[in-house]
Design a protein around this ligand. Structure first.
Ligand code: PEP
Ligand code: MG
Length: 526
């Protein structure tokens, strides 16, 4: 869930069309004309969206427009048309199958060229799905663009889809996913009200006015315009109230707690932060099919460093729910327990070194206070190796995330090797409770306020106190006003969260003394 309220007409994201069994073609002229019309409609739609993107005054609008224009050119490519027509006339295929075959051949040809064109080849899957849906009279697949503000309803959304959502999306409701899935995290990062695991929402007809409360998880279907206005008013009032809250984090008796921001790119930077506690670098490269060059990485990191001042960069955390196609990792039977996070270094040793090189160069260029940390660290040896490689490049402060119970149990040993720990409660809960963080039915098992997780957090904080080193929390629990005081009571020194969560956490801490935070944290531990 992601806090905030919104109301508006719902629009569902349609799944890619399933090709029906081939039909016998009685009228090849009509069939070829239907296929050509689908391609015309597709190209015209892409051109319209490119023009809209150009007209928008957003930072990334020009880049978006260029991509849409390139796609429009692909859809309008005369060779694609000729091939589609040949499949109808020479092979006797119906329009849908002719389009499917022509797009497949086109994709293979582009992929074979390598470089930028190969990267664009995967876009043809999306174009093919749209053209086939058009010719079959099915709803357009992919993120819809109805031309007005709307509440997006989807079975599920990939992190890449969520990153690319346009400004017309008022809120997000998905039938699947868990509260710490990356779709929910990205929605929170954008301050977009979101509710995940909402059973039956895909049955709501498009255009129904629905209200979304990202804090309570309530989705109200069939609102009147007056009711919708009331939802919007209450959201405006709440945002204005929270916007007035500023200043550093403190308990009621003045114990300081750093309130840091979690970001995925420079676009997520917000003023008023005490620093960035988690920069998820993989979000920059979610839809890439070729590795980003050194220069590209340096530029992306430097944009963040220049705007943030103090940043903890998490090195690439690829795998499971954050697939990075450019790595070309093979599918695995148990991806959450497989090669992900720091473990990618075992199979693709150059990727981490290249990233550390780029981070070090961007840090030097901007003069920012930059620290790095590795995700999914399990042993002290891994921690030592990571710290050595970071320091060898001049990055002085290196830490690790505690996301695996083994790491929490060895917090002292890890801290002997690194400068700080940052507890990733999303994965630490997933692995402690053996419950998939994306599972819509297991969110109760993932509740971070359970004694087992609190005990692990307490062990890390104690180890930090012994070593005189910082231990923070950067999982979603840090941004939950009911859980944040418990984490502070256990002894963590910083909380890093989506910027939208900072005001409520600041409020929650200011209402309790450190002693009260401690009592609340220790009560469930008995
Ligand atoms: C976590 O696991 O808590 C974390 C912060 O990392 P991510 O959510 O990106 O896996
Ligand atoms: Mg994690």
């Amino acid at each position: 869930m992601s806090r905030g309220r919104a109301a508006g007409p719902s629009v569902r994201m349609a799944a890619p069309p399933v090709l029906p069994a081939p039909r016998r073609v009685a009228d090849p002229d009509a069939e070829a004309a239907a296929a050509a019309k689908a391609l015309d409609t597709l190209a015209a739609d892409l051109e319209r969206r490119a023009a809209q993107a150009r007209a928008a005054d957003a930072e990334d609008a020009a880049e978006g427009a260029e991509i849409l224009e390139a796609l429009a050119m692909m859809a309008g490519d005369p060779m694609l048309r000729e091939q589609t027509e040949a499949h109808v006339r020479d092979d006797g295929l119906d329009a849908a199958h002719a389009l499917d075959a022509a797009f497949s051949a086109h994709k293979e040809a582009l992929a074979a060229l390598g470089g930028y064109l190969a990267e664009r080849a995967a876009d043809l899957d999306d174009l093919r799905a749209r053209a086939v849906a058009a010719v079959l009279g099915l709803p357009v697949p992919g993120v819809p663009d109805p031309g007005h503000p709307y509440v997006l309803v989807a079975e599920d959304l990939s992190p890449a889809d969520t990153v690319g959502l346009g400004p017309r999306v008022l809120a997000l409701v998905t039938e699947r996913g868990g509260p710490t899935s990356h779709t929910a995290i990205l929605a929170r990062g954008r301050g977009l009200p979101a509710v995940v695991a909402c059973a039956g929402v895909m049955d709501v007809p498009d255009g129904t006015v629905i209200g979304v409360d990202g804090l309570t998880g309530e989705v109200t279907v069939g609102l009147t315009e007056e009711e919708a206005d009331r939802v919007r008013d209450s959201d405006r009032r709440e945002r204005a109230r929270l916007a007035a809250s500023t200043g550093p984090g403190r308990t009621a008796d003045g114990h300081p707690v750093k309130l840091l921001h979690n970001i995925g790119s420079a676009a997520d930077l917000r003023p008023g932060a005490e620093g960035v506690g988690l920069f998820r670098t993989e979000f920059l490269f979610l839809d890439r099919r070729q590795p980003p060059s050194h220069e590209e990485q340096v530029a992306a990191y430097a944009r963040v460093f220049a705007g943030a001042g103090t940043v903890t960069v998490r090195t690439l955390d690829a795998g499971t729910d954050k697939p990075l196609p450019f790595l070309g990792l093979p599918a695995e039977p148990n991806p959450a327990l497989g090669v992900r996070g720091l473990r990618v270094d075992r199979v693709l040793p150059g990727v981490l070194d290249a990233q550390l090189d780029a981070i070090a160069e961007a840090a030097r260029a901007t003069g920012a206070d930059v620290r790095v940390m590795a995700p999914m660290v399990t042993t002290a040896r891994e921690a030592a190796d990571f710290a050595r490689r970071a320091r060898a490049r001049g990055i002085e402060r290196a830490g690790v995330m505690v996301e695996v119970p083994a790491a929490a149990l060895q917090a002292d040993e890890l801290l002997a090797e690194v400068d700080f720990l940052s507890i990733g409660t999303n994965d630490l809960a997933q692995y402690t409770f053996a419950a998939d963080r994306q599972h819509p039915g297991l969110s109760d098992l993932l509740d971070p306020a359970q004694p087992a997780l609190l005990r692990l957090v307490g062990m890390c904080a104690e180890a930090g106190r012994r070593a005189g080193k910082a231990v923070g929390v950067c999982g979603e629990a840090a941004g939950d006003p009911a859980v944040a005081p418990l984490l502070v009571g256990l002894g963590v020194s910083s909380l890093s969260m989506a910027p939208v969560c900072v005001p409520v956490v600041r409020e929650a801490l200011a209402a309790l003394t450190l002693r009260e935070c401690r009592e609340r944290a220790l009560a469930p531990l008995g």
